[in-house]
Design a protein around this ligand. Sequence first.
Ligand SMILES: NC(=O)c1ccc[n+]([C@@H]2O[C@H](COP(=O)([O-])OP(=O)(O)OC[C@H]3O[C@@H](n4cnc5c(N)ncnc54)[C@H](O)[C@@H]3O)[C@@H](O)[C@H]2O)c1
Length: 434
Amino acid sequence: MESKVKPAEGKLGIMVVGLGAVTSTFMTGVLMARKGLSKPVGSMTQYDKIRVGKGTDKKYLSYSEIVPIAKLDDIVFGAWDVYPANAFQSAMYAEVLKEKDIIPVKDELEKIVPFTAAFDKNFAKRLDGDNVKQCATRWDMVEELRADIRKFKADNNCSRIVVAWAASTEIYVAPNMEVHDTLEHLEAAMKANDTVNIAPSMCYAYAALAEGAPFIMGAPNTTVDIPAMWEMAEKTQMPIAGKDFKTGQTLVKSGFAPIIGTRCLGLNGWFSTNILGNRDGLVLDEPANFRTKEVSKLSTLESILVADNQPDLYTDYYHKVRINYYPPRNDNKEGWDNIDIFGWMGYPMQIKINFLCRDSILAAPLLLDLCLLSDLAARAGRSGIQRFLSFYLKAPMHDYTQNEEPVNHLFQQYTMLKNAIREMGGYEADEEID
Ligand SMILES: NC(=O)c1ccc[n+]([C@@H]2O[C@H](COP(=O)([O-])OP(=O)(O)OC[C@H]3O[C@@H](n4cnc5c(N)ncnc54)[C@H](O)[C@@H]3O)[C@@H](O)[C@H]2O)c1
């Protein structure tokens, strides 16, 4: 089959906003895998196989056998952060990985020094680093970020750039249809230095798109989840993806809720709580920052177990999500889910799930896949919201102004992902999304 995608020639620059636990774990893992010292476990672009063809013609191919995916060897890393620590120092500070898994790539990690951040303390009160740009307006932030991207691209001889946000969750910025509705309004607000409606993350996204780079939102920020950014993505013909990496508890939820739904069991309540002690947990301990996360985490269930479709089973169930900052656990987040279901004649039952996970170990392969697949999408000429990447995201973007529904069901999302890869590879998309 002929792939319809431009080849992945030259270097791919992956520039990550935030050089914290997730980013340093991601970069270390890629560099270690490149040296043959570790395996990129959890990355679907590196491991998964998709069926193409049917009946006796069917075969299972890896993603790179179907479409041209950039090679790990061709990646160059860049970053921005509020703190000046390089990627080696950041990996050591995060304590996600053992020293023995970092030291072999120390030299390469040390060379990844963050650019100064486009930052506003009002959006993340618990951070106090000083590696920040001094900008008079949000528009100046955009200009400086664009210059960073251009410099990085030239210095590293990259043919393409992807920008991904893996920085702290900002305070919740509600979409404001007088500012976020059109690109013209958004640009005017940036120039007028509207520091309420324009989050620093929006400056990164705008700068990336303006420089011809796809943008991925890994936190629950509303950054690119606004019509003005969709317009910018169309204007620049660039893909955008978001929001919020679907790593631990929500992954389990979006995979488990279909068990209840397909068996037509009822739901009275789903209580999810977490303890974590990394810097992400510290930032999320601030109520305004948690609000952003809460909105994102709550949306999953409502679109899988839908009251309107099954009023006997799913009307008025109680859904609660909590995150508690608990330093002793650091990055090793523990998630508990208590699910109150009911069965035949309404008799109640309970399910308990206790996931002792590692936040950044789960997030790193997602970041890799999202970057490689966004780069692929750009080369395939796809622009705007990439719904096929919903699989990786807690609150998948969708055009809510047109009442478009998000797809949260894990297995529907997987079908969307496989179909997009098949189509880009010149194969038929042949599974219906029910
Ligand atoms: N690990 C997971 O499972 C997971 C899942 C979903 C989402 N996320 C999100 O990924 C993000 C990163 O998580 P983490 O554990 O690496 O956090 P972290 O606190 O270790 O790292 C975030 C980094 O971002 C930097 N930062 C904050 N604002 C910035 C700005 N404006 N510009 C540049 N840098 C900035 C901080 O200084 C910090 O070093 C968080 O928003 C988190 O909510 C993580």
